[in-house]
Write a protein that binds this ligand. Structure first.
Ligand code: SF4
Ligand code: SF4
Length: 160
């Protein structure tokens, strides 16, 4: 009896002073790996112009039919993006998405990328269909408009 008790306490003391593996989520979050694929984001160029040119390649590449792009012609006086078109509506259905990253691979402008954000749970279907209001980046990125592709945009400041 005492032997068993000592054996049990021995096991307890063995792990008592070990570094804890548990963390206090959600106050503390474990860093994701660099390759982690979470919520989508549509980047902006450094001047605030949208990088998305509404080409729909991400929509075509998606194996889960999770992306819908509605392109429109840019107004030359106040374009949303460099080039002829932009995405006037852009939706990702997070209920369908399998976070494979193929849309990111297909994007010719590096506009679309999958962030580290993983807390996407919600209660209704509508709240899991993300539009441009939630997908557009909060601020400009370090990407500059490629001069050789869009020479007319050189030095232009985006009008918002
Ligand atoms: S990550 Fe994959 S499944 Fe999700 S939208 Fe992109 S291509 Fe579609
Ligand atoms: S996110 Fe990229 S691939 Fe998708 S429509 Fe915009 S530019 Fe094209």
């Amino acid at each position: 009896m005492i032997r068993e008790l000592a054996k049990g306490l021995g096991a307890t003391f063995k792990v008592l002073f070990r570094k804890r593996e548990t963390i206090s989520y959600p106050e503390h979050k474990k860093p994701r790996s660099a390759r982690f694929r979470g919520r989508h984001e549509l980047r902006l160029y450094s001047d605030g112009t949208e990088m998305c040119i509404g080409c729909e390649l991400c929509q075509v590449a998606c194996p889960a039919n999770a992306i819908t792009v509605y392109p429109a012609e840019n107004d030359p006086k106040n374009p949303h993006s460099p080039g002829e078109r932009y995405a006037y509506r852009y939706e990702v259905n997070m209920l369908r998405c399998i976070f494979c990253g193929l849309c990111e691979e297909a994007c010719p402008t590096d506009c679309l990328h999958l962030t580290q954000e993983f807390e996407l749970a919600n209660f209704s279907r509508d709240s899991l269909i993300y539009g441009k209001d939630r997908l557009l980046a909060k601020g400009p990125s370090e990407f500059t408009i490629p001069k050789n592709v869009y020479p007319e945009f050189e030095g232009r400041k985006a009008e918002k």
